[in-house]
Design a protein around this ligand. Structure first.
Ligand code: NAG
Ligand code: NAG
Ligand code: NAG
Length: 354
C-alpha cells in the first residue's frame, strides 16, 4: 500500500516536471569547462519526465547545431554526457555567463525541448604579458625618486576571480610596482623609481614582473624588465696622483717628456672623454716653457731650463670632461731642476785700490 502510494507521488512529480518542461520551462545544467569526456552533465531523460527505457525507444537525441556541441545524449541511460572538449573561452570569450542553448528531440510523438547548458569557468588560463621582455632607459641621478613609468599589464582569458590579476616585482631597492584603478574595470600599472640610479654602480637592472590571477590555485605569467641606466655627467675626471714629483737635469733638451698625466672619468661617452691643459705655472714667467698634449696628457719641455734661474716649477694641470656641463679634476706637477756643472768657477777677485 505504502509502496504504491510513494510510486504514485513520484509519478505525479515526474508528470509535473514533464509538464513544466513542456510548458516552455527549461532544463538547465551547468558543467565546468574542460570536464572529461563521459562526465555526466545531467539525467536528461529523467528531467524531461521520461520513463525508464523511453529515451531509447523514442530516440531522445540532440538536434545537431551549427557548432560542435561537445555534449551527447547517452542512448541507454538518457543522460547528457560530455563528448568532447568544452572550452569556455573558445565558446564565449570574455562574456559571462556562458550559456549554450541545446535542442533536444523526442520522436513518437515528436517533441522538441530546450536545454540550457552553462559552461562554468575553471582557471585554465595563465596571465599573459604582451611581450616577454621590456626595455626601459632611465637617466641616472637626474631622475627623481617617485618618477613613474607606465607598463602594459598582463591579460587573462578567464573570467571573474580567475582573471583578477595582482602584480609583484622581484626584490629591488631601486624600484617598486604600483597599480592604480583607472576605473572599476581597468587598472594602470607603473614602475616607480624608489631610489635614484647610479650608472657607475649598476649600469643595467634586470627585474622580473609577475602577474598572478585570483584562481585557486593561482596561475602566473612573467615579464622581464631590463632597465638601462642612461649616463649623466656626475663624475669629474680624477688624476691617478694628486701630485707628480719629477726631476729633470737642467740640460734636458727641448721636447723632453716632463710627466705623463693620467686622469680617468667614471662616466660614459663624451662624459668620460677628457682634455688636458696646463692651468698655471709658477713662476708665471715660465709658462712658455711647457706644453701639454690635450689628448694624451704628455707634458714636454718647449724651452731650456736653467737651474741658476729657476730650480723649482709648479704646474697646475686640469683635466676637463666633454659633458654638458663639464666637470674638471686638478693635479700638480712639481718639477725639480737638477744642477749640472755648466758654469766655470767664478773667481771673485776683489781689488783693493790704494
Ligand atoms: C631590448 O634590448 C635588447 C638589447 O639590449 C634587444 O635585443 C631587444 O630586442 C630589445 N627588446 C625590445 C622589446 O625592445
Ligand atoms: C692611465 O691609467 C689607466 C689605468 O690605471 C691605464 O689603463 C691607462 O693606460 C693609463 N693611461 C696612460 C696614458 O698611461
Ligand atoms: C699614474 O699614471 C701614470 C701614467 O700612466 C703612471 O706613470 C703612474 O705610475 C701612475 N701613478 C700611479 C700612482 O698609479
Amino acid at each position: 500500500m505504502g509502496e504504491r502510494c510513494c510510486a504514485a507521488v513520484l509519478r505525479v512529480l515526474v508528470l509535473l516536471q514533464a509538464a513544466w518542461a513542456l510548458a516552455g520551462g527549461q532544463v538547465r545544467y551547468s558543467v565546468p569547462e574542460e570536464a572529461k569526456a563521459g562526465t555526466v552533465v545531467g539525467r536528461l531523460a529523467q528531467d524531461l519526465g521520461l520513463e525508464a527505457g523511453e529515451a531509447e525507444a523514442r530516440r531522445l537525441r540532440l538536434v545537431a547545431q551549427g557548432r560542435r556541441a561537445s555534449v551527447e545524449v547517452s542512448g541507454a541511460s538518457g543522460a547528457l554526457l560530455v563528448s568532447s572538449r568544452l572550452d569556455r573561452e573558445e565558446l564565449c570569450g570574455k562574456s559571462a555567463p556562458c550559456a549554450l542553448r541545446l535542442e533536444v528531440l523526442l520522436e513518437r510523438p515528436l517533441r522538441v525541448f530546450h536545454v540550457q547548458l552553462e559552461v562554468t569557468d575553471i582557471n585554465d588560463n595563465a596571465p599573459v604579458f604582451p611581450a616577454a621582455r621590456k626595455n626601459l632607459s632611465i637617466a641616472e641621478f637626474t631622475t627623481l625618486p617617485g618618477s613613474r613609468f607606465p607598463l602594459e599589464g598582463a591579460s587573462d582569458a578567464d573570467i571573474g576571480a580567475n582573471a583578477q590579476l595582482s602584480y609583484t616585482l622581484s626584490p629591488s631597492e631601486h624600484f617598486r610596482i604600483e597599480e592604480e584603478n583607472s576605473n572599476s574595470r581597468s587598472k594602470s600599472l607603473f614602475l616607480v623609481l624608489a631610489k635614484s640610479l647610479d650608472r657607475e654602480a649598476i649600469p643595467v637592472h634586470r627585474l622580473v614582473l609577475t602577474a598572478s590571477d585570483g584562481g585557486r590555485p593561482s596561475l602566473t605569467g612573467t615579464m622581464e624588465l631590463v632597465i638601462l641606466v642612461v649616463d649623466a655627467n656626475d663624475n669629474a675626471p680624477q688624476f691617478n696622483q694628486s701630485v707628480y714629483n719629477v726631476h729633470l737635469s737642467e740640460d734636458a733638451i727641448q721636447g723632453t717628456l716632463v710627466a705623463q698625466m693620467n686622469a680617468t672619468d667614471l662616466d660614459e661617452g663624451s662624459n668620460r672623454d677628457v682634455k688636458y691643459e696646463i692651468d698655471t705655472v709658477v713662476p708665471p714667467s715660465s709658462s712658455d716653457l711647457f706644453s701639454i698634449d690635450d689628448n694624451t696628457g704628455e707634458i714636454r719641455l718647449t724651452g731650456a731650463l736653467d737651474f741658476e734661474v729657476v730650480n723649482l716649477y709648479d704646474l697646475n694641470v686640469k683635466a676637463t670632461d666633454k659633458g654638458t656641463p663639464s666637470l674638471s679634476g686638478h693635479c700638480k706637477v712639481v718639477l725639480e731642476v737638477l744642477d749640472v756643472n755648466d758654469n766655470a768657477p767664478e773667481v771673485l777677485a776683489s781689488y783693493q785700490t790704494a
